[in-house]
Design a protein around this ligand. Structure first.
Ligand code: AMP
Ligand code: MG
Length: 423
């Protein structure tokens, strides 16, 4: 700095988020569009038995091998009849010998003007097209008496009425649910082509950080981000890789990134993402030329350093735990979903009446820690971005748009339960 010029303090600003003159704020939607356009699936495929496929992402469409149900069967316990034999009013029909039960079908043809005992799930015997509920008949074991008429096909399930053979039942990119496993099993599928889980390395950076539970100096703080981010990654259905804590030392951090790039498909770091003296993450990513440091028009979570290290995308998240969580949900999650084979998907908000009021200025998007109480959304008592207790208190986020907004009690606001992000 030149000695002859006196130091002049910057003008006072009452908004602590104001940026130095000339710095552009990137709107959240622009940042998301950029991510969406630059990423593609990066994981390999494998075939696994359906019983271990829960939460995996389909690498190809799945078609039914067999119709469901495969054959016409009875929906109830009762008696099988031929609709053409039925009268209006009271009627009696003799029963044939034998019965049709699930797994033990009636062999042969039921002759005209006869009925057959039939149980739920049993194949409808030849000669029969309709079933009467057992509660609607009286029987002596040889005949049944009942009142007509009945609808043709009553109490039966038709072959393929649920799913046809060869019908596409699940699409590529779907994350398999318990019900999907049931559907695949029912339609004759024993194994399925899925993507290998996305491997996500998590690194914390900062000389002040100590491991949870360790003895600490008074000036140290516990590393809260790493356990939180590793757990989020696991809940997203990806494979967390714990890379530990890196010091605020550029060469050491370089070593962590090298190792993470070998072991993982994507790297999440927290801390050091801004442009201060000790912000080595953004400095290192800058070296790679494949870097965007976004000053996001987002509260909480201004600095987000995005780069590619040895071919692996790196999300340099803010160190502040609240900002780290919000940036992970808003940016890293949709990006990681693309890398993992799920495609680009953003959560759908619920429109819920607010149980708070807030006058929001224009210029940046805001996320408030929130939860639903009796159908209204309440927000955490403080917007302080260091208040990690509010993250634990919250069950979701309220999103306030980039524009100015005057939220009154009862105004509809966009609420995302954490489950909408896959948590
Ligand atoms: P930084 O982005 O490195 O400037 O960090 C911003 C703030 O977040 C500082 O107060 C850090 O001490 C804090 N911080 C950074 N990393 C962590 C972490 N892993 N766990 C808890 N707090 C952190
Ligand atoms: Mg730091």
């Amino acid at each position: 700095m030149s000695q002859d010029k006196p130091l002049v303090p910057p003008p006072l600003k009452n908004d602590c988020f104001a940026l130095p003159a000339g710095t552009l704020w990137t709107p959240v939607s622009d940042a998301l569009e950029t991510l969406k356009g630059r990423l593609h699936t990066c994981v390999e495929q494998e075939v696994v038995p359906i019983k271990i496929s829960l939460g995996r992402i389909l690498a190809a469409d799945v078609s039914a091998v067999r119709a469901h149900p495969p054959q016409p069967n009875s929906a109830v316990d009762g008696y099988g009849l031929r609709h053409a034999d039925l009268l209006t009013g009271a009627q009696t029909l003799p029963l044939v010998e034998g019965r049709s039960a699930a797994g033990a079908p009636f062999e042969g043809i039921v002759p005209p003007n006869h009925a057959v005992r039939i149980l739920t799930g049993a194949t409808i015997p030849d000669g029969i097209d309709t079933v009467i509920l057992q509660e609607d008949v009286t029987t002596d074991g040889h005949s049944i008496a009942f009142h007509g008429p009945l609808k043709r096909g009553a109490n039966t399930r038709q072959s393929g009425e649920d799913v046809h053979a060869d019908e596409t039942i699940l699409r590529k990119g779907r994350k398999l649910t318990p019900a999907d496993l049931g559907l695949m099993a029912a339609t004759g599928i024993g194994s399925v082509e899925v993507y290998k889980p996305l491997r996500v390395a998590v690194v914390s950076t900062g000389d002040e950080l100590a491991e949870a539970g360790a003895d600490v100096r008074a000036d140290q703080i516990y590393d809260a981000n790493r356990p939180m981010l590793l757990a989020m990654v696991a809940q997203f259905g990806f494979e967390p890789i714990d890379m530990g804590r890196a010091p605020d030392d550029r060469e050491a951090l370089r070593g962590y990134l090298d190792e993470a790039a070998i072991r993982a498909d994507v790297i999440l770091t927290s801390g050091g993402a801004s442009s201060g003296d000790e912000d080595h993450m953004s400095a290192l990513l800058n070296e790679t030329q494949a870097m965007s440091t976004w000053r996001l028009a987002l509260k909480p979570g201004r600095p987000l350093a995005l780069g590619v290290w040895e071919g692996k995308p790196v999300f340099g998240l803010p160190g502040n735990p609240v900002a780290a969580l919000v940036c992970t949900l808003i940016f890293a999650k949709p990006a990681m979903s693309v890398l993992a084979g799920q495609g680009w998907r953003l959560p759908e908000p619920l429109k819920v009446p607010a149980s708070f009021s807030k006058n929001k200025k224009a210029g940046r998007r805001e996320y408030l820690r929130a939860k639903l109480v009796e159908g209204r959304v309440v927000v955490f008592k403080s917007e302080g971005s260091g208040r990690i207790s509010g993250l634990s208190w919250a069950e979701g986020l309220v999103e306030l748009p980039d524009e100015a907004l005057d939220v009154q009690e009862g105004s509809l606001v966009d609420y995302y339960p954490f489950s909408a992000f896959g948590l």
